[in-house]
Design a binder for this molecule. Structure first.
Ligand code: GRF
Length: 197
């Protein structure tokens, strides 16, 4: 049975594009929805160009009412009947209730070698710490922020003269290799951690 996969984005969607492009041929998953909380997010047009159905649930009218926002999000998601949900630059924190409802089938990509640097500004923090290596992690989403089971990591060197932007670009290239490789394995039922790069 093909795994129906929904991808949640907030921005340019470069990871989403890599995931969608990989889901062809013998891949066990297929994209069924790209959902954004940001109207006009760059990734929406890219998804449409790739022939993937899109939807938007703008979080702003809901203000601080996360439950109401997530109810609207779930209405769109449930209609697409996803088996797997990939967060790909989705910049809203989800409630424990939402996460519990999708336990074991929601993935996220985070731009650090977890458990280092949960949260934001990961590239600046790696530079500040003088790390020789940095990278990205795909993990299962649990109620603990950036804390779920690690499904894969890709490493990149930190080079002399790097600033946060240069390092971010190198990490993002690694994200584009890692996330499709992890989704391919995960959707085939393989949850063993993958290490590349
Ligand atoms: C990625 O760097 C990811 O690690 C972070 O948000 C960024 C999304 O980029 N969570 P894109 O929208 O996939 O281009």
């Amino acid at each position: 049975m093909v795994k129906r996969t929904a991808i949640l984005i907030s921005g340019s969607g470069s990871n989403m594009v890599r995931l969608v492009r990989d889901m062809t041929g013998d891949h066990p998953a297929r994209p069924v929805l790209v959902l954004s909380n940001v109207p006009g997010a760059g990734g929406l047009a890219k998804a449409e160009a790739l022939g993937v159905p899109t939807a938007v649930v703008d979080h702003r009218p809901f203000g601080t009412d996360r439950a109401a926002f997530e109810a609207a999000l779930r209405a769109k998601l449930d209609a697409a009947r996803p088996d797997i949900i990939c967060l790909a630059g989705f910049m809203r924190i989800l409630t424990a209730e939402f996460i519990a409802a999708h336990a074991g089938r929601m993935l996220n990509i985070h731009p650090s070698l977890l458990p280092k640097y949960r949260g934001l500004n990961t590239h600046a923090r790696a530079l500040e710490a003088g790390d020789a290596q940095h990278g990205c992690t795909v993990h299962e989403v649990t109620a603990e922020l950036d804390g779920g089971k690690i499904l894969g990591q890709a490493r990149v060197p930190v080079l002399p003269g790097d600033d946060a932007a240069a390092l971010a670009a190198r990490v993002q290239a690694a994200e584009h290799r890692l996330y499709p490789a992890v989704l391919r394995r995960f959707s085939a039922g393989d949850r063993r951690p993958l290490n590349i790069g």
